[in-house]
Design a protein around this ligand. Structure first.
Ligand code: BDP
Length: 660
């Protein structure tokens, strides 16, 4: 096996629990007028033949027999309350017949219900007495691809882009279809196809035509397409191609000023053109005035003016405008860069239009292995907010390290600010209409999609969490393990434990006690410490860290009063964030009674030990895993060990230069 099938392997399952339903699963009835009937039938055939060796008959009418019935009931009050994506699955016994119902008020809900039933079989759950009611907790469950038009992927570690714009053949479309199946199986319903550092050419008609073909493939799986738009698109093309991303557009105007009428007209025509080709187009994602990208501030206009202009043009089409809060403007005078985003956007609360969404990274710095949650969560009452997570392991060992990110995301979602858990801030509508979550994808054209076989788990877990941020991690991980491998229960348990602790062990090495940005400035992989001092943290003979308390940069005051107090005080600051918020003396004693230095060294060693345990465990599962995947994972583990050891030696050596 090469991993291409992801968690949709549909490997044979045996056992009485499933066998007693074979007749039911061999006869499928799908009610008429289900626009997704084709993909539902196709998936069931694939799944049931793989797992149970049966080829189900698809019936148009119901007779007196056992059936799997897939029924759309738009009129049912109960189903309407679950929305078009919600569904129920229920088994009933009618005379001698066992019937499994999947019901929804919408076509999408039936697709999700089908994947759920297949998952129950894959994970060998009993089917005789099920009564499931599901409804997504978050409206937009997105993937953000950072894919470029030339096929490269920014921060991608698993090959080239799967969106091959120069060569969109049938084969590529098949891969895109498999990508859609995988996404639908975990509830992802929206994808941004291109990099936030947007090449303006993506909005050219020739590209839009190709995108429309991709949209046709994704539509039956309930996935809407979004595009990253370059704010300078109305400008003429740049004459210097190497800076095409940052300067120049695809138009012929002299300005991209959002208050200019011609600019507005340009965007209106462009948006109309897009909707003619892709009637269910979702909208734009914009990175503006950050890291050199153009934006309204280039013309003396605010983020509000910039975003609302585009939002008003998308609004009649039911489109939304997602504006990123990740702003590092070169002209910002604030030395502590983590303060910029909140300072810029918190005062704008209430000024954005109703179809504008602010997309905020989980942390204030930049997708670090460990950093405190962004203080904007909970601080905006009248602004739609999407959380942006990173599935690709930019700062988390690329596709070389086995790092399972679900525990990190859970930690973020469980954090409370302004008396609310982030999981609820992003999922419960109070004063805003639109909820959402975005994950920067780790998908590429590698055979196994994600480079590391275990990185598939991050894509999987992200989708499940996006559907329901309150889900328990272990249930997600267990499902993934059972669907991805065919291990005995003790093998599953061993891997579950290793996966769950992998994030903290990684952080112990690369973000120890909350010290962020320890890697090189380009790749964000190899250790680089000297270059990272001053801007991100300080180090000298006395200690290490960054003082972000009231006596330092004052960043802690961007949180609510409870967190501010907690973080400001070295005694109460959670130790995992200690060096993020404080400059700490080498001899300061942590809760375990050991000094800061001792803790750092101990963490490094534990991190290395955890890789040894991983290696040992993986080896013990050799007989249970197919050869190709076994070997490929083993090779990754060896490389991880080597690179982690180097990281450790480098780090310890660096620290010693400051210690007498
Ligand atoms: C940083 C990445 C960079 C992205 C940027 C962003 O290093 O490649 O363009 O974030 O999110 O993490 O815009």
């Amino acid at each position: 096996e090469n991993g291409y099938k992801l968690w949709l392997r549909y490997a044979p399952v045996a056992g009485k629990k499933i066998q007693e339903h074979e007749e039911t699963l061999s006869n499928i009835f799908i009610s008429s007028h289900v626009s997704t009937a084709g993909v539902i039938a196709e998936e069931l055939k694939k799944g049931l033949s793989g797992m149970l060796g049966i080829t189900p008959a698809i019936h148009q009418s119901k007779k007196d027999r056992s059936y799997l019935r897939i029924v759309k009931q738009p009129g049912s009050e109960h189903l309407k309350n679950l929305g078009k994506e919600g569904y129920t699955i229920k088994t009933i016994q009618q005379k001698n017949n066992k019937i499994i119902f999947i019901k929804s008020a919408g076509d999408a809900g039936l697709v999700y219900g089908t994947f759920h039933l297949l998952r129950l079989i894959q994970t060998q759950q009993p089917l005789h007495n099920i009564h499931i009611t599901e409804k997504p907790q978050i409206i937009f469950r997105m993937l953000n691809h950072w894919d470029n038009l030339d096929g490269s992927v920014e921060r991608g570690y698993s090959g080239a882009s799967i969106f091959t714009w120069n060569d969109l053949t049938k084969d590529n479309l098949q891969r895109i279809k498999d990508y859609a199946r995988a996404n639908a199986s975990i509830g992802i319903n929206a994808v941004v196809l291109n990099n936030v550092n947007a090449d303006p050419r993506i909005l050219r008609n020739d590209y839009l035509q190709k995108i429309a073909r991709v949209a046709d493939v994704l539509r039956p799986y309930n996935i809407r397409i979004f595009l990253s738009a370059n704010y300078a698109s109305p400008l003429p093309p740049s004459s210097t191609p190497d800076v095409i991303k940052k300067q120049g557009g695809i138009g012929n105007l002299a300005t991209a000023d959002p208050l200019n009428e011609q600019v507005q007209q340009w965007w209106k025509q462009k948006v109309d053109e897009i909707y003619r080709l892709i009637p269910d187009f979702g909208g734009f994602l914009v990175k503006a005035n950050s890291e050199g990208m153009p934006g309204p501030q280039d013309y003396g206009r605010s983020h509000v003016e910039g975003a609302n202009m585009l939002a008003r043009i998308l609004q009649p089409h039911n489109g939304i405008l997602i504006w990123r809060a990740f702003v590092y403007a070169h002209n910002n005078k604030e030395p502590d860069r983590v303060k910029q985003s909140y300072a810029e956007f918190q005062p704008l609360d209430g000024q954005f239009d109703q179809n504008v969404i602010l997309q905020v990274k989980n942390g204030p710095l930049d997708f670090q292995p460990l950093e405190p949650p962004h203080p904007l969560f909970g601080a905006l009452e009248k602004t739609n907010l999407f959380a942006e997570l990173q599935i690709t392991q930019e700062y988390l060992g690329h596709s070389t390290y086995l790092v399972y990110l679900a525990p990190m995301w859970k930690d973020f979602l469980n954090f409370e600010n302004h008396q609310q858990k982030i999981a609820h801030i992003i999922s419960k509508k109070k004063t805003v209409r639109i909820t959402g979550i975005a994950g920067v994808a780790n998908i590429g054209d590698d055979e196994n999609w994600t480079g590391h076989h275990f990185a598939q788990a991050n894509w999987y877990a992200y989708g499940r969490i996006a559907w329901n941020p309150d889900l328990l991690i272990d249930s997600i991980t267990n499902d993934w393990l059972k669907m991805t491998f065919s291990l005995d229960p003790s093998g599953n348990k061993k891997l579950l434990n290793i996966m769950n602790s992998s994030w903290m062990h990684f952080a112990d090495l690369q973000t120890p006690i909350g010290l962020p940005v320890t890697t090189d400035p380009g790749m964000h992989y190899y250790p680089a410490l000297k270059q990272r001092t001053n801007m991100y943290w300080k180090i000298n003979a006395k200690g290490i860290g960054y003082d972000r308390t009231a006596s330092g940069s004052g960043y802690a005051s961007q949180y609510d009063a409870v967190n501010e107090r907690l973080f400001n005080n070295i005694q109460t600051c959670p130790e995992k964030y200690l060096l993020f918020f404080h400059f700490v003396d080498w001899n300061y004693r942590l809760q375990n009674g050991k000094t800061l230095l001792e803790n750092l060294l101990q963490g490094f060693q534990q991190s290395i030990n955890s890789i040894d345990r991983l290696k040992f465990t993986w080896h013990s599962l050799k007989d249970q895993v197919d050869e190709q995947r076994y070997k490929e994972v083993q090779q990754k583990i060896d490389l991880q060990k080597k690179d982690a050891l180097e990281f450790k030696y480098y780090f310890v050596g660096f620290l010693h230069t400051f210690l007498q």
